[in-house]
Design a protein. Structure first.
Length: 277
């Protein structure tokens, strides 16, 4: 078993978790004994117990590697790892207090273990999700727009990657204001908080209504006629248009999709490979 200590840049995460664990331990007794914590169970709220409980939780979190990632990049996999870590830590805490027996025969109520597990799980996972929400601030209802207002054509895998990168990286100077997709079933759905406004057939109307600064074609496998239709609509509306490269270019290139945007070229709308003369 290898325990990696967090770097000094992530010590605030450890401190935050320790505070949340201590708060959950205190609140679990207040919830369990709604008329006030009576003796001898009030001894479980002593400083020494707080230190032991907090230390066990933080140690288990270190073992599970919860401090090896920034909270702003928390994923579903990280949430499941957090749930497992909190569950193991709660079991270790209950076991330690059972064998330690700090009150000489007065056991820790089982209800406290369950309530504490629920509260720690809610506080720890909630804090991580809150940080990610505040950092990314998904959705198009911002008070101040960041850079170019962009309409993204394609609500598939490439489209969601481009939108996510725009939301995460203010240095790109892009603000996604909507998505367009050929599949009418995706209308009004959301990707990272950005709504699918309609299909490519609705593009002329959407361009007139939203007046984006730029349109991005995020369909690497799109046929030439699809790209041509988007280019024609953007040309009529005098809106610049860019595209992601083809699938073979993406495989051979950088994974940062939003940084591979380029102007639409003749080869993109041919619908076939270009013939070299």
């Amino acid at each position: 078993m290898t325990v990696r200590l967090p770097s000094r840049h992530r010590l605030w995460q450890v401190a935050a978790d320790a505070g949340l664990v201590a708060l959950a331990w205190y609140l679990s007794f207040q919830i369990r004994f709604d008329q006030g914590v009576h003796r001898p169970y009030d001894e479980f709220l002593g400083l020494d117990i707080f230190v032991v409980v907090t230390a066990i939780y933080v140690f288990v979190f270190l073992v599970f590697g919860l401090y090896e990632h920034w909270w702003r990049y928390v994923s579903i996999r990280d949430v499941w790892r957090t749930i497992l870590a909190v569950s193991v830590a709660a079991l270790c805490t209950a076991t330690a207090l059972y064998f330690w027996d700090p009150l000489d025969g007065s056991r820790l109520p089982r209800g406290i273990v369950v309530i504490d597990w629920i509260l720690v799980l809610a506080f720890v996972t909630g804090a991580r999700l809150l940080v990610r929400t505040l950092v990314e601030r998904p959705g198009g209802k911002r008070l101040v727009s960041r850079g170019k207002e962009t309409l993204v054509v394609g609500a598939g895998d490439a489209g969601q990657l481009v939108v996510r990168e725009m939301l995460r990286s203010p240095r790109l100077r892009y603000t996604p204001i909507g998505l367009v997709d050929d599949d009418p079933r995706k209308k009004n759905m959301r990707l990272h908080g950005v709504r699918v406004l309609g299909t490519t057939r609705d593009l002329p109307r959407l361009l007139a209504e939203n007046r984006p600064d730029e349109v991005i074609i995020a369909i690497p496998s799109a046929a030439g006629d699809v790209r041509q239709a988007v280019v024609n609509a953007c040309r009529d509306a005098s809106v610049p248009v860019k595209t992601l490269p083809g699938v073979h270019e993406l495989i051979a290139g950088d994974l940062a999709l939003s940084q591979q945007l380029r102007e639409v070229q003749v080869e993109d709308v041919l619908g076939r490979e270009a013939i070299e003369l």
